[in-house]
Design a protein around this ligand. Structure first.
Ligand code: ASP
Length: 337
């Protein structure tokens, strides 16, 4: 696919690294003792979604399509906190949020407060493409989804028994929380699920980012986190694409996703340097991100105990991991680009 960049286009040498993709399934205080039966399905889903994204990039699909495709798959998996499996508000309801952004055009779409939309990331894309606006929420977003024929479902599709249990625990402890931080050991000893995101770049330097979430357990009804906020949880421009995860209030204050791009541009740092710099600026224990640059570099820093994550690059590298120590390399056969 030819680069659609009109200005600031990278030279061929600068783009020598080719396509790259990275995804996450949430960052937080994930205990390294996480039970195998809790860890394995999530790692398997990350690996499957990574393979899906890699195949799409190899088939020359646009990065915007690739990130939407991957995030839809993650939304459909009840092990993660997005779409089916979203965590519950203090009222026991689901209020999902999502954002998608195209790097070269900076077109973006975002949605908050939807409770019946099966794939909020696709609604965000329809908002981007079919309205003069960027961000719709709550009743207006629900009505627009129906008008556009976006797939909807009953509440029972989204609410899992585990999330009913998590809400009960959170209320008992009187706290609003990212699932993983809770010390409470009901739900079979863990509650590790998380927001999902994907970033991708093709060989021509076209970039895209997408993030989707159910937010925080026991959040107030109407609470909006970082995920749908352009520049906080999600951002892409001609230099990089970023999807963040963690405690939304911290990520919004630090404008995490946009800051990675700004630090690259204004300080002349590489993607890895910029991403580390920005994550280090957020109070410890609160944030992580995945990012790719126009030249195919990948960064996945976090200042939490762990982050469910996966990445692959055109040169054959791939990994799926949660903590620093237990990273499975060369997870997929990436040799036939
Ligand atoms: N950032 C999300 C929020 O605050 C939660 C997460 O990343 O798990 O809504």
């Amino acid at each position: 696919m030819p680069c659609r960049c009109l200005t600031d286009c990278l030279s061929e040498e600068e783009r020598e690294m080719g396509w790259a993709i990275a995804l996450h399934g949430g960052a937080g205080d994930i205990p390294v003792t996480l039970a195998e039966e809790r860890r394995a399905p999530r790692e398997a889903t990350l690996g499957r979604c990574l393979s899906l994204g890699v195949a799409a990039l190899k088939a020359n699909q646009a990065p915007l399509d690739v990130v939407e495709l991957v995030v839809r798959e993650l939304e459909n998996c009840p092990h993660f906190n997005a779409g089916k499996g979203s965590v519950l508000t203090t009222k026991g309801t689901v209020e999902m949020e999502a954002c998608i952004m195209d790097g070269i055009t900076k077109n973006c779409g975002a949605v908050s407060g939807v409770s019946t939309v099966v794939n909020p990331i696709s609604l965000a894309r329809v908002i981007m493409e079919k309205t003069p606006h960027i961000y719709l929420g709550f009743d207006g977003a629900e009505a627009f989804a129906r008008e556009q024929g976006v797939e909807v479902a009953e509440t029972s599709h989204f609410i899992t028994q585990e999330n009913v249990e998590r809400l009960k625990q959170a209320k008992g402890a009187n706290r609003v929380q990212i699932d993983y931080t809770q010390p409470i050991s009901a739900v079979n000893g863990d509650s590790q699920i998380g927001t999902v995101g994907c970033v991708a770049v093709d060989g021509a330097g076209n970039l895209a980012a997408a993030t989707s979430t159910g937010g925080l357990v026991n959040k107030m009804a109407g609470r909006i986190g970082d995920t749908p906020v352009v520049g906080a949880g999600t951002y892409a421009n001609h230099l990089c694409a970023v999807s963040a995860t963690g405690k939304g209030e911290f990520i919004i204050r630090a404008t995490v996703a946009r800051d990675v791009a700004a630090v690259m541009e204004y300080k002349g740092l590489s993607l890895k340097e910029a991403a580390t710099y920005v994550i280090d600026s957020v109070p410890k224990g609160n944030a992580g991100l995945v990012a790719v640059s126009a030249n195919g570099e990948v960064a996945m820093p976090y200042n939490t105990t762990g982050m469910f994550r996966a990445c692959a690059t055109e040169d054959g590298y791939s990994e799926v991991g949660i903590w620093d120590t237990e990273v499975e390399h060369n997870f997929i056969d990436n040799s036939k680009s």
